[in-house]
Write a protein that binds this ligand. Sequence first.
Ligand SMILES: [Zn+2]
Length: 429
Amino acid sequence: MKRITSHSMATSLLVGALIAGAGCTEPSDNNGDEVLSADGKEDSIASATDVVSTKLGIDFQTKRGKATLTFAKRGSVSLEAAGLTITTVRDGKGPKAYRLRSGRLIATDVVSPLQIEYGFAQHTNSDGLLAGGSTVLWPYFCGNLFPCNSRPADGTTFEVDITGVPSGKSVIYPHQITQPAPAYQFAFAVGDYHTERLGRTAAGTQVSVSWLPNGETAAREGTKNLVKAFEWLETNIGPYQFGNDVGSVAAVWGAGAYGGMEHHPYWHVATDAMDNEETHVHEAAHGWFGDGIRLKCWEDFVLSEGTVSYLAARAIGQVAGADAEADIWVGYQRELNSARAGGDRIAWPTGCNKVDIIKDGLFSTFPYMEGAFFYKAVATQVGAAKLDAVLRKFYMTYRGKAAGMADMVALIKRETGFDPKGLVTTWLR
Ligand SMILES: [Zn+2]
């Protein structure tokens, strides 16, 4: 998710996102366990089955798309499609009857694959295809680009082909994501890109950076330790699972949006943040937490943002020195103090998919910074190297799956003998 760097930035992002939520699409409010009744007439349809694979053909010029989805099982499906103009729907048996309700495409007794042809539109509030040429679908705006299920636990593979890119520009996106990913992980970016290979890690991963005109100086500054930091993550947390070609991609988000987005394997960094090393490493670390391990519930947001905020500081410290790490913690403390001045919120709410991450304010500085300080406090108790080992064990246990913050708390206790309950209360609840 977007990295928030100050309270004012958070506010401007939230305002933008709130406008988008009110005007353009509806948030997912389901818990994924409802199904259509036998006659298919009830109104409270949610998602009956998970999306397993998503194949997309997108024409950038005509803004037309064709999605081919497969599902975990035969049955009723309810897909987010608020921003799409649906033209044709077919399933494995032929032309398929469907209904559109509350921004959802609903069909019963679907036999995979479900093929949907549609049109999509440009959006203005970080909620789909942006004027700058890149897409942002987090948290629940995937339905403005392709039919989807935005619940973070739902992992789908991707196979994508993008055509219609204007001459003189290129498009950067993964042709394939072969491991299950949350819907918001996918993105593309169209622009006048120059891609520079920064180097290869010991595990063989090619790390690059792609900048836009006049962006070279900032891009080189922000990625000066990126290969080493990525290698540190591979070595200490576990093997990367979204391919062997990765990189930071400059994205034009427009005024008020600062930070990055974990669109692995080609994560985006807003042009304003391209010189900021911490943002690059933060987004890279989402390849392990947030993408590589998905969130069980939106309430587990801290498992993604708190963990990668900690890991960004830790990885930079390990590859660039203790002073570099200390600087990051000073910045984190400043961010936290600034946020607290506007009123404290808990970083880790109870419940599962009961919150609207934007409207209920969970998308704030607190999961990021209080989450990072929680881990720092654990490291003080058990040793940072021991905590690295716990994070590695957690990743190796849950990669490719969904997990929650409670799983992390339990593993810290089991692996170290230290019960972090008190630190949970202090920092997260
Ligand atoms: Zn993040």
